[in-house]
Design a protein around this ligand. Structure first.
Ligand code: HEC
Ligand code: HEC
Length: 446
């Protein structure tokens, strides 16, 4: 009986399976996970087309920015990043319908969604179709070779980390910033760090600053620079072990139009973190360094990587790069004690009140002393707007947070004030203005 049933059932299942397969093939026929390998246009043709399209592309994107943000460039004259750059002041977003923050935070997520008034929508890449690494003007001054002919960086310098930022070492806290205010490159790393780092760490540093081929900066016809070159190092994006604010598209999603903008995170304090990447959760720095040479460098596409000349690191080189990254420290936070919490003798009243609010509302995810739970959460931001859910994202550490605007994985929050308004909505905490000011003061002390 059993055998007979199976005999009858299987051919049917097989037939249905075939139908489903051919149906799904048909409906997804236009999508592909891969970048085009064979480019048939000449480089001159591609460059001409891209250059012609650039002004329309920038106009469209800048219109979106101006609709959402008030980019006044207002800064705080007293509070600076650890390298001395003034902190930008927010909130920077424009509220619709002449609403106040108080009125907005009293509305339910559903009401905000229905009225289309959520001020913190995902920030798109300048060119969501094209994507790729886009370098800010401050860095282009010393690296004109990183100028793309198809697009420009979008956010004003006020809302970016200091360039170049300080480098602090876990092994030598006595030295403070070891960069001397310079950008660490292949040309100066040895003179700068010989005698401070171990030979193994020095070799790791050499690899981290060695420029190699990358998706938009290489020698093939689908590069985005006039001159054929291998020009991108790990420290192009993670300048001095921190971040220059370079963004590209997140490597974890396909097809192309589901990939969101991703802001380069700092490598400060990676030694205390347990997994790497906003979604990928790679378990070691060694693993991350190994795959980063395919993801950040070639959009996570091993086929295109091979064509454009990907560098393959040996396991020993990877270990050296990880050893070096493990020495990159968070910036000093003179007001924090050994438990990572404020020392009451050094903190202001406002900072202490902010710490209390933070302990109640934020610390379950951002746990001291480094202000991360080494986990990932789905903040379900799509409760507030019509659009694609972004899902689980790593809890980024908040130690040294004032040094790395813009905030969130895509950089949509330009200032710390914006992060507080954002979480006040997300967590539905209904904080008043004084509480929000205190919370910002606390974040600045981290
Ligand atoms: C094009 C710019 C770019 C380059 C070049 C680059 N990175 Fe990254 N890096 C990023 C971005 C963006 C992320 C965040 C990726 C994500 O969230 O999945 C990241 C994430 C990381 C992380 C994880 C940080 C965290 O908090 O989870 C490490 C470690 C890292 N990169 C190391 C490297 C190393 C080593 C190299 C050189 C082999 C490198 N990166 C080259 C942009 C870059
Ligand atoms: C449920 C866990 C959770 C709670 C509670 C939480 N956060 Fe976060 N926080 C996250 C996650 C996850 C991210 C990364 C989200 C992303 O990039 O999309 C994040 C990102 C941030 C960032 C940006 C970090 C960066 O490097 O860009 C700041 C600042 C921040 N949180 C502050 C706060 C404050 C202030 C509170 C309390 C008012 C708070 N968070 C409460 C999980 C949480």
């Amino acid at each position: 009986m059993k055998t007979k049933l199976r005999f009858i059932f299987y051919p049917e299942a097989f037939f249905i399976g075939l139908m489903v397969l051919s149906f799904s093939n048909a409906s997804f026929a236009k999508e592909t996970s891969y970048a085009p390998v064979s480019i048939t246009k000449t480089f001159a043709e591609i460059m001409k087309e891209d250059s012609q399209n650039k002004s329309a592309l920038m106009k469209k994107h800048n219109k979106l920015l101006n609709e959402r943000y008030n980019l006044s460039g207002k800064v705080d004259s007293k509070i600076t990043m650890s390298g001395g750059k003034p902190l930008p002041i927010g909130p920077t977003v424009k509220l619709k319908n002449k609403l106040t923050w108080d009125a907005l935070s009293k509305m339910s997520p559903k009401e905000i969604k229905q009225k289309s008034i959520f001020p913190y929508l995902p920030l798109p890449h300048v060119s969501p179709d094209g994507g790729g690494l886009v370098v800010a003007p401050a860095q282009l001054k010393t690296h004109p070779e990183l100028t793309r002919f198809d697009m420009e960086f979008d956010l004003p310098d006020t809302y970016l980390p200091q360039f170049p930022p300080p480098l602090y070492l876990i092994s030598r806290p006595d030295l403070g910033d070891v960069s001397g205010g310079d950008e660490i490159t292949l040309n100066n790393y040895y003179a700068m760090l010989n005698g401070i780092l171990t030979p193994f760490q020095l070799d790791g540093m050499r690899l981290l600053v060695t420029p190699v081929a990358q998706q938009q900066f290489n020698v093939t016809t689908d590069r985005k620079t006039k001159i054929a070159q291998d020009a991108v190092s790990c420290f192009t994006c993670h300048v001095n072990g921190h971040t220059s604010g370079v963004f590209h598209l997140n490597p974890d999603n396909r097809p192309q139009n589901t990939r969101f903008r991703i802001d380069t995170p700092s490598l400060r304090g990676v030694n205390i973190q347990h997994f790497f990447g906003s979604k990928r959760a790679l378990r070691s720095l060694e693993d991350f360094s190994e795959v980063e040479a395919k993801t950040a460098y070639f959009d996570g596409d091993p086929v295109i990587a091979l064509k454009k000349g990907a560098r393959r690191f040996t396991r020993e080189e990877i270990a050296a790069m990880a050893a070096m990254q493990n020495m990159i420290a968070f910036p000093p936070a003179p007001k924090l004690g050994i438990d990572g919490k404020l020392n009451p003798a050094k903190a202001t009243e406002s900072e202490l009140r902010g710490q209390k609010i933070f302990a109640d509302s934020c610390a379950s995810c951002h746990t001291p002393p480094y202000y991360t739970d080494n986990s990932a959460h789905d903040l379900q931001v799509e409760r507030f707007y019509n659009g694609r859910a972004e899902g689980l994202i790593k809890t980024f550490a908040l130690r040294g947070i004032k040094d790395s605007p813009p905030y969130l994985h895509d950089g949509r929050l330009l200032t710390l004030e914006d992060t507080v308004e954002f979480f006040n909505l997300i967590l539905e905490t209904h904080l008043n203005q004084e509480q929000k000011t205190d919370l910002v003061a606390f974040l600045q002390a981290l």
